[in-house]
Write a protein that binds this ligand. Structure first.
Ligand SMILES: C[S@@+](CC[C@H](N)C(=O)[O-])C[C@H]1O[C@@H](n2cnc3c(N)ncnc32)[C@H](O)[C@@H]1O
Length: 245
């Protein structure tokens, strides 16, 4: 690894030393999951939603087309967090929320109250890599935004998406990804990587998630690379799109 990347990593680790120390003592992870990350995500999702509002509107525009023959639309959201995406789902949509972290209750409940055009069915505490509580072929649509950057195994998560979708069902995704390897952005992402991952609950900056999507067995993939203007952050490069089973 380049010396300059290593040097910057050390500088950032020194700046974040108290967090490394709390992590060493086993205090950071539970604190992050219960208090810091729910607080941080509430703030981040407002900003991120504002910056991607138009793209999300465009993304979810064809969602009603994936309703089953009975006219019902069963949607499963993976890593729902605070429920930022609810406002983009069509009226009557039957939503099942899943997240590995159950500590978003307060903001999630508020977002549910603000989006009463939806029917909330279940909240499952589950990892994207193991959705065994959801029967195979049982949903029309799966949504996953800003989650594949954090899951432990992207390919396993995508296999679960394919399993739970009915044939012809749709998977919507939006995530930040690795920048072009020859760019300064990539250098910045590599430098921030370890400290960022520790502070932001396992979030990985240099994943080339489009490759996992291309290799998963979807019958159709519509994928776009976009830049989200999140100034001063290493998470500007994003992919957005949908894939059909
Ligand atoms: C950055 S937040 C995004 C939340 C929401 N999807 C949004 O767009 O605002 C990442 C979410 O993924 C969840 N998450 C992380 N790893 C996960 C996993 N392996 N399985 C399911 N959810 C996971 C986190 O708990 C968190 O709610």
């Amino acid at each position: 690894m380049e010396t300059s990347v290593l040097l910057l990593r050390v500088c950032l680790a020194l700046l974040a030393m108290p967090i490394y120390l709390l992590s060493f003592l086993g205090i950071w992870k539970p604190f992050c999951e219960k208090i810091f990350f729910p607080y941080f995500l509430e703030k981040l999702s407002v900003i991120h939603n504002r910056k991607t509002h138009r793209q999300k509107q465009d993304l979810f525009r064809n969602l009603p087309e994936f309703a089953s023959t009975s006219g019902e639309l069963k949607l499963l959201e993976i890593g729902t967090g605070c429920g930022t995406n609810f406002q983009f789902y069509p009226a009557g949509c039957r939503v099942t929320c899943t997240d590995i972290n159950p500590h978003f209750q307060q903001t999630l409940t508020r977002n549910m109250k603000q989006n009463q055009h939806l029917r909330y069915e279940r909240f499952l505490v589950a990892a994207a890599e193991d959705l065994s509580q959801v029967p195979s072929g049982s949903v029309d649509a799966v949504v996953c935004t800003l989650v594949l950057c954090s899951v432990l195994d992207v390919d396993r998560a995508l296999r679960e998406v394919l399993r739970v979708l009915r044939p012809g069902g749709v998977f919507y995704f939006l995530d930040h990804v690795a920048a072009d390897r020859s760019s300064w952005k990539y250098f910045w992402q590599q430098s921030c990587f370890p400290t960022w991952k520790l502070v932001f609950n396992g979030c990985c900056l240099t994943r080339e998630i489009w490759k996992n999507l291309e290799q998963a067995n979807f019958s159709e993939l519509k994928l776009q690379h976009i830049s989200v203007p999140l100034t001063w952050t290493p998470i500007k490069p994003h992919i957005i799109g949908y894939a059909v089973k």
